[in-house]
Design a protein around this ligand. Structure first.
Ligand code: GAF
Length: 390
């Protein structure tokens, strides 16, 4: 059972009360994790992605303080120790350097990139239902939740897209991950009952309705995370930039398969295959959004499977556990499609299926998977929001 937003707020308020006494927090906000339906490793190539925001969220409750002192506490069990950090906001524009614990770097990064500095001092408590390291963007949801919290203390002058970009910068500078814009974008701009077709070049998003009661989106957490994830992500990004440069393009978004094949003898085999995945995945994502609009779920499912196979064989970011989960799901009648989702090397799969097939699909996956899966039957949800404190 997923912890509800109300329960997370109650938990954060309880911890806040324990630490800071009677005074109630002034502000509560939340921001969601995401699942990407299709369009993997295309965002940093300026391509298209089709994610949706989840009901799994990170909550921040807290209050402004009079000085420059900051105290932040996380209740997340998977967070590294210590679970409380204290620091002083730099008043002279100097930077807040990343350090230990790791979870606090997301907070520091967001403070650093907040568009209306300096923020006043504050006290805050974090609670989250987004599994850490599960490939559902627990880090983006923390960044966006924290940015939303700072906006309540001192409003910034930016729009929602610049908020997502600031949170992406936080991830680059303070978590050291050269991620694309997808996770932060959908955590800010996600919309209930819709997936978002995001053009990662223009940063425009088109909502695609996704609220058919006969359809279920099932997330399966493999509950494994291979250590390769961090280093391989940056490597893939470099390989794509290399391919684009050999093709004489600003990014792989501008390249066609014809361009790639003409340049084949100037690319090594690995770089060729990486570019092949990206160019075809961008095209698949546009087709998939169109299929979803027409409620052509079989076609959508076929594209999901093509995407998974390409991530496994050409981009090489899948792993045995994710492949097992996808194969098991595809054996069940009523399943339209299944694929790994997110950066890869562990984390989750996403499966699109008929609502009536959901119980037998979960049962079958449990039987066939060599590990222990966790399931989320989920729906597209809203992006970051301010919560009322009663
Ligand atoms: C991670 C990144 F953070 C995203 O920007 C995206 O590149 C994704 O991997 C792969 O599609 O979630």
């Amino acid at each position: 059972m997923t912890t509800s937003v109300c329960e997370l707020v109650a938990e954060a308020r309880r911890v806040y009360g324990q630490l800071f006494g009677e005074e109630a927090p002034q502000v509560a906000v939340c921001a969601p994790g995401r699942v990407n339906l299709i369009g993997e490793h295309t965002d940093y190539n300026q391509g298209y992605v089709l994610p949706m925001a989840l009901p799994l969220v990170t909550v921040v409750v807290g209050s402004r303080t009079s000085g420059q002192d900051v105290t932040v506490v996380t209740t997340t069990e998977d967070a590294d120790e210590p679970r409380r950090v204290d620091f002083i906001l730099p008043s002279d524009g100097s930077s807040l350097d990343p350090g230990s614990p790791n979870w606090a770097n997301y907070v520091k990064g967001v403070v650093q990139h907040y568009r209306a500095p300096p923020v006043s001092g504050f006290r805050a408590v974090i609670a989250s239902s987004v599994p850490v390291g599960g490939g559902l963007s627990s880090s983006a949801s923390l960044e966006v939740a924290f940015y939303t919290f700072l906006q309540q203390l001192k409003p910034d002058d930016g729009d929602k897209v610049s908020k997502a970009v600031a949170c992406q910068q936080a991830e680059h500078t303070h978590a050291g991950v050269p991620c694309g814009i997808m996770d932060q974008f959908v955590s800010v701009l996600g919309r209930e009952q819709h997936a978002l077709l995001i053009d990662c070049r223009s940063l425009e998003a088109t909502p695609v309705p996704l609220a058919d009661p006969g359809l279920v989106i099932l997330i399966t957490n493999s509950n494994v995370k291979h250590s390769l994830a961090g280093s391989e992500y940056a490597l893939r990004r470099r390989q794509c930039e290399e391919a684009a440069s050999v093709l004489g393009k600003a990014s792989l978004r501008d390249a066609t398969m014809k361009d790639l094949d003409e340049a084949r003898d100037r690319l090594d085999d690995i770089t060729y295959r990486r570019a092949c995945h990206v160019i075809q995945e961008i095209e698949r994502t546009v087709q998939a959004a169109e299929a979803l609009r027409r409620e052509a779920y079989k076609e959508f499912g076929r594209l999901m499977v093509e995407s998974h196979n390409s991530l496994r064989d050409l981009y090489e970011v899948s792993c045995r556990e994710l492949d097992e989960l996808v194969s098991a799901a595809l054996e069940v009648e009523g399943v339209f499609g299944s694929r790994m989702t997110g950066g890869g090397f562990g984390g989750c799969t996403v499966t699109l299926l008929q609502a009536q097939a959901v119980d037998r699909t979960m049962l079958h996956i449990k039987e066939r998977y060599s590990g222990t899966p966790t399931f989320y039957v989920t729906v597209p949800s809203d992006g970051a929001r301010v919560l009322r404190l009663s």
